[in-house]
Write a protein that binds this ligand. Structure first.
Ligand code: FAD
Length: 381
């Protein structure tokens, strides 16, 4: 391989492009099998970063995701960094809180911290090398040669035996697929966006009960709050873009919260609300479906790169984790692993995308009902 001397190795090299949740887990799966694994991540190493950029959303880990973590010996490590959730807590307009336990007795859902810390668990395997500040620019399906751009504008070429595209919903790896014949692709943006707001601790304790998924269902709006290990809550406001855009001043933010989420104003803080609402614009949510997930024997897509789903089923990451375990199982049983992975996985991932979109559409069609009613059968919400 080109680039650096330590890359001269006889073992098969697997390049995982994208060090998000799915890329990190995938690196563990391939490393466990003895491959030399190189992960290429466009972001800098957060251990050296002065400011950690990017989304901070925390995610509910379900049984599906836990199974995959268990497979590579990471379940306990990750779970110990999470906060167990036993029930949802519904906040009415008057401020009344009503718990709704999850279906099965004793069932616990877990929150894990998202993108910011996940990649580091891949380092547990010595045959895994993390390459931060490597942004994939281009790659060849014929040779497996990838070109990465470095922060100083220079480029670096790296070759791999297998390229695993885990670079998220706007995947650069997938762009090559789009140029090929017989590649099916569709993407749909929904009219809702989401915005994250932080609820700080009060007297160094959680401002609300921590072992709950807090939900404020408000017809076409909804806010949820999930606890973090640092005793903050991440509140996520889901709302149509046009409603986000109607609010243009700090006073209007407070007016809006006073009308729909009055109990959260003292907890988030009026000044913080006035400021943080305008810190970042509301983020879009996209559903991506494609097929096949592979090109020849050189490249395969997993996670959001293969199937971004809207978050109303709470299974995007969990489905990505399941991709890893399914691929691993296929490696045990088939020679033509990549086509078999496409054959088995595409229908299941498309079904999850449809269920997530169905939940969203149902919810919009019944604007007078509560959001959570449409999600009550879903483990995570
Ligand atoms: P990502 O997490 O997007 O990671 C992709 C990585 O690739 C990033 O680190 C990025 O920096 C890197 N990258 C991108 N381009 C390049 C490039 N050119 N070169 C190198 N690196 C690159 N799922 C759940 O299971 N449970 C939940 O509760 C849940 N809640 C959600 C709530 C919200 C509001 C949203 C938006 C999503 C939610 N999801 C949930 C979905 C979940 O966030 C995604 O499915 C999951 O993050 C996908 O992981 P990934 O590793 O495939 O992609």
């Amino acid at each position: 391989m080109e680039g650096s001397p330590e890359r001269h190795s006889k073992k098969k090299v697997v390049a995982v492009v994208g060090g998000g949740l799915v890329g990190a887990l995938n690196a563990c799966f391939f490393a466990k099998r003895g491959f030399d694994v190189e992960v290429f991540e466009t972001r800098e190493d957060i251990r050296q970063a002065k400011i950690v950029k990017g989304r901070s959303i925390n995610l509910a880990l379900s049984h599906r995701g836990r199974q995959a973590l268990k497979h590579v010996g990471m379940e306990e490590k990750i779970v110990s960094q999470g906060i167990p959730m036993h029930a949802r807590m519904i906040h009415s307009l008057s401020g009344k809180q009503s718990p709704i336990p999850y279906g099965k007795k004793g069932q616990v859902n877990l929150i894990i911290l998202s993108q910011n810390t996940s990649l580091l668990f891949a380092e547990t395997y010595p045959n895994t090398k993390l390459n931060f500040d490597h942004k994939l620019q281009d790659w060849s399906a014929e040779t497996g040669l990838m070109t990465f751009v470095r922060p100083d504008g220079s480029t670096e070429e790296v070759e791999a035996d297998l390229i695993v595209g885990c670079d998220g919903a706007f995947s650069a790896i997938r762009k090559q697929f789009l140029r090929r014949s017989r590649f099916n692709y569709s993407q749909t943006y929904i009219p809702h966006g989401y915005m994250e707001l932080t609820m700080p601790p009060i007297n160094e304790e959680f401002a609300m009960k921590p072992n709950y998924l807090h939900i404020w269902p408000r017809n076409t709006f909804m806010m949820i709050a999930l606890p973090n290990m640092d005793k903050t809550f991440t509140c996520t406001l889901f709302m149509p873009f046009e409603e986000f855009e109607k609010i243009t001043t700090g006073d209007e933010v407070i007016e809006f919260f006073q009308k729909y989420f009055p109990d959260t104003i003292p907890l988030i803080g009026a000044d913080a609300l006035r400021r943080d609402y305008f810190r970042l614009p509301a983020q879009a949510m996209v559903s991506v479906k494609c097929s096949p997930y592979h090109i020849g024997d050189k490249c395969v897509l997993m996670g959001d790169a293969a199937h971004a789903v809207v978050p109303f089923y709470g299974q995007g990451m969990n489905a990505g984790f399941e991709d890893c375990i399914v691929f691993d199982e296929i490696m045990d049983r088939f020679n033509a692993v990549l086509p078999e992975y496409t054959r088995v996985r595409v229908p299941d991932d498309h079904a999850i995308a449809d269920l997530a979109m169905y939940n969203y559409i149902e919810m919009r069609a019944h604007v007078n009902s509560k959001w959570f009613l449409f999600r009550k059968h879903v483990d995570n919400f």
